[in-house]
Ligand binder design. Structure first.
Ligand code: SF4
Ligand code: MSK
Length: 652
């Protein structure tokens, strides 16, 4: 039987001090949070191992997770077919989420250039020209508007194309693309790939786990190098490419004397309009008349990461803290759009009299107020949200308790800024990064990304893993809720270099960067792919992404989107470790296929570990293996053994 939550020490649920305080307050207030529900709702042991099939009404059919080949489904489906089909549908679900988001951004772009939408504009015309040129669109001597419309039509193929390679394949390192072509996994349009994935995993269609894996790979690539990448690029073109900015994070950013509004979700258009609304003199005046010092717009989850990297807005916390922040009683409105919005937020908001407002036609929540954001007039929606928040401020009744914790850090890195940061404005380049990897100061690069999850102590694995990686001279790139875990723990400031190994610390000091670089929301993982491609292009580290001394990890993942991201990294050639649980039946051929065979077939591979130090050990061992294959392990040995030798390997 589950232990009553009040008997569980909050320190076992989270290392986020603010969230811990709010869990205690919620217990005292009699409010249920997702930590309580995770405790009382034990995971089904068969579903947890993905060994259950409900593709038809002859089932559901449950396999024996301890002896997986003991039985088959009513139709005769083996455990490999069942687990592979379930995995494929997770990838299809995650890819659908990212690509639908990306397509919405692309449609907004079309409406901005055609003049249908006037509240948004093109903020980064240079990036527009660069992306157009990278896709072989003629830019010379042409009007920006014409180039933009050509870019729209070209990128639309990412989603709708029935046959042929999607445009972003032009940005894939040639050897990697050659390998995908040979393996038959180059994606067509995302809609086609998702449709085929769903079809092939229906009852009685594809029943060969290796063949199913091919479609899983093609679908995931349609996400990472398609829908997600277009989403990031178009968001940068419309709202500005991020550059480093110092930001305060954690619940201490809330202000008792101001109107506090939380924006939570994923699409930047809601937040961009909120930024304009909270600066409106009339609304500011209304807030003052209500007795507030001002309006405090704060982000959470991935919307928060977009807000912090483009506007320097404060961030209150990641996925596991979205209910907890309402418990402060200080939130005068929480406004949400799509993805990772817990339905449970509605009840918590209700208890603390906080207006909880959905804004996207795709994502309504029973009991929540819905104020639709219309792209041709977003202010109508966001002004109304601000007015509701001011009204709630004026009528605050519940006692307020704001945790005092807040931490400063630097965020807003992008592929473009890293280029500039390493090489300067005249010779912007990834060459210094490659050189420092080759000479051993930097051992390798890791992407640490993804969600938090109430079945895993919040933030703990993210923070311990990253500390271990940087201590071992591994440069860490971050996105999503992971980035916020590290920001709260103080590892996104330049001071974090003190926790890095001597080689990485020296590079950080020379360049003036932290050892942990935050690249944005979970859809922005495509920035890591582009950075990896550039490392291949610069040279010295092999011919394809699979050759790089690099690894990825999502230690506390929860969403199907994370599985899609994990698989597009694996498909791109990256060893990718997931933590706390994996939707897999142990001892199956499908497990061996994902965890071993894919690497021998020229892709990356999946890994799993429960403990953050073990995750780090696996990733570092892989990085060292790649260094050895590249013949650069000797320089690293000297770095470890001899300080004088290390100093002799000067930066050019
Ligand atoms: Fe059972 Fe086969 Fe139907 Fe799945 S498809 S529920 S294994 S009968
Ligand atoms: S919000 S997908 S919990 S990273 Fe992008 Fe965070 Fe994971 Fe959602």
């Amino acid at each position: 039987m589950a232990k009553p939550l009040e008997l569980i020490n909050v320190k076992d649920l989270t290392i986020c001090e603010s969230t811990a305080q709010m869990i205690t307050k919620a217990r005292n207030d009699g409010v249920e949070l997702f930590f309580d529900r995770a405790n009382s709702m034990k995971a089904c042991p068969i579903g947890e191992k993905s060994a259950c099939c409900k593709m038809c009404s002859m089932g559901p059919c449950r396999m024996n997770v301890n002896s997986p080949y003991d039985r088959v489904g009513v139709c005769g489906a083996t455990v490999d077919t069942i687990v592979a089909r379930n995995f494929g549908r997770m990838v299809a679900g995650g890819t659908a989420a990212h690509t639908d988001h990306g397509m919405a951004m692309l449609e907004l772009f079309r409406d901005v250039i055609s003049g249908k939408t006037k509240d948004y504009s093109i903020k980064d015309p240079i990036k527009l020209m660069e992306i157009a040129a990278s896709l072989d669109i003629v830019t010379e001597g042409r009007e920006l508007k014409d180039i933009a419309m050509d870019l729209y039509h070209e990128l639309e193929r990412t989603y709708t194309q029935v046959d042929g390679e999607i445009p972003m394949m032009k940005r894939v390192p040639p050897k990697t693309l050659e390998h995908w072509r040979a393996a038959g996994v180059v994606p067509r349009g995302a809609m086609r790939e998702i449709m085929e994935m769903m079809h092939r995993t229906a009852m009685g269609v594809d029943q060969d786990y290796e063949n199913i894996t091919k479609q899983i790979t093609r679908t995931a690539l349609a996400d990472g190098w398609g829908g997600s990448m277009v989403s990031t690029d178009i968001s940068d073109i419309l709202f500005g490419t991020p550059s480093p900015v110092e930001v305060e994070v954690d619940m201490g950013v809330l202000k008792e004397d101001s109107v506090n509004i939380i924006v939570h979700g994923h699409e930047p258009n809601l937040l961009e309009s909120m930024v304009v609304s909270v600066a409106d003199p009339t609304l500011l005046e209304a807030a003052k008349n209500a007795g507030a010092k001002g309006i405090n717009l704060v982000g959470m989850c991935c919307s928060g990461l977009e807000a912090l990297s483009r506007h320097g807005l404060s961030h209150a916390g990641n996925f596991s803290s979205t209910e907890a922040v309402l418990v402060t009683g200080a939130i005068d409105a929480m406004t949400v759009d799509i993805q990772c919005i817990k339905q449970g937020l509605q009840k918590v908001a209700d208890f603390y009299d906080t207006p909880f407002i959905t804004t996207n036609y795709r994502a309504k929540i029973e009991g929540a107020q819905h104020i639709q954001l219309e792209e041709h007039d977003p202010r109508e929606c966001t002004d109304e949200i601000v007015i509701k928040a001011i009204t709630r401020f004026k009528n605050r009744k519940k006692p307020i308790q704001i945790p005092r914790n807040k931490t400063k850090g630097v965020h807003g890195f992008s592929f473009e800024y890293i280029n500039y940061m390493l090489g300067g404005s005249f010779r912007g380049s990834y060459t210094p990064l490659n050189e420092n990897i080759i000479n051993g100061r930097i051992r390798g690069v890791a992407g640490v990304v993804g969600c938090t999850n109430p079945r895993s102590k919040q933030d703990y694995s993210h923070v311990e893993l990253v500390k271990e990686l940087i201590r071992n001279d591994v440069l860490v790139l971050q996105t999503g809720c992971s980035q916020m875990a590290l920001a709260k723990a103080g590892l996104t400031g330049p001071g974090a270099a003190a926790l890095a190994g001597p080689g990485l610390a020296e590079v950080c000091e020379t360049v003036g960067m932290p050892p942990v670089l935050g690249l944005g929301s979970c859809v922005d993982n495509s920035r890591i792919l582009i950075a990896a491609s550039e490392m291949v292009k610069v040279g010295g580290l092999g011919d394809c992404i699979a050759d790089l001394p690099a690894a990825g990890c999502a230690p506390e993942w929860m969403s199907e989107k994370a599985i899609a991201i994990g698989h597009y990294f694996v498909a791109s050639g990256v060893y990718t470790v997931f933590g706390h649980n994996f939707p897999m039946t142990k001892g199956t051929k499908f497990e061996k296929h994902l965890f071993e065979d894919l690497e021998t077939l020229g892709f990356g591979k999946w890994g799993f570990a429960d403990d953050p130090r073990e995750m780090a050990r696996l990733m570092i061992a892989h990085i060292d293996k790649k260094r050895k294959e590249l013949g650069i392990d000797k320089a690293r040995d000297r770095v470890l053994m001899d300080m004088a030798d290390r100093q002799a390997l000067a930066i050019e």
